[in-house]
Design a protein around this ligand. Sequence first.
Ligand code: ZN
Length: 289
Amino acid sequence: MRIGALEAGGTKMVLAVGDEKGKIFDIKSIPTVSPEVTVPLMIEYFNDEKIEALGIGCFGPICPDKSSDKYGYITSTPKLAWRDFNIVKAFKDALKVPVGFDTDVNASCLGEATFGSAKGLKNVIYLTVGTGIGAGILSEGKLLHGNLHPEAGHIMMKRYEGDTYKGKCPYHADCFEGLAAGPALEERCKMSAKEIPADSEAFKAEAYYIAQALVSYILILAPERIILGGGVMHRLELFPLIRENVVKMLNGYINTKELEDIDSYIVPASLNDDQGIIGCLVLGADATL
Ligand code: ZN
């Protein structure tokens, strides 16, 4: 089957064509401008590629609840041109193919759980730490939505000792995203996440905040594996620090076989940063069932 995949981001749209086995035939990206400018370009691409289904992993907040009359909408996004835009309807009407729809992070979680480092597992958390922080959650084999979808980047944090940075979240200042997303890290250190020395206090604070969030997720959701992706996580030196902090913070309270093998429990994304777009292929394939 020829499946279209759209990873819709706030700054760029990644478009691809592939199949249900996760193979990508073609991939390209265009800047995210406005629905009037950007959507016709995407429709033209997918029309030319003669796709039979489309999967969309979208920046949010979105409404993924099929029983809601807001299903398919991008809802209260700060990107005003896209607010209250029904992205699913736009593609369904133009392409006349089944369309699957979920958050960008749920798509990444699905990609990793279908073809990547969480293959075959039913309880998986995918956390992206980049421009923003968000988590996709697979719980008992289903992507978690609840009353909206998880917004796990905005949980409250206990401060790293000595950290006085005010935080960057426009809603909560020093929530997890406000303290630890790429822009916060860069503002705190006046350098890019790529350049921050691994032995600096800021780097240690970053690992501490990520570990603290993971501990909350572990205690609440009992995942079988946690995958960390996004630009900041390209700094692989963070992984041993995060694992060490998680073990210390849990302090022996959880004694599962997964926690005993922490190096295989908290792992990097494994699909060369294509986990999102591959997850969109799965969303597209699932839409035909
Ligand atoms: Zn926040």
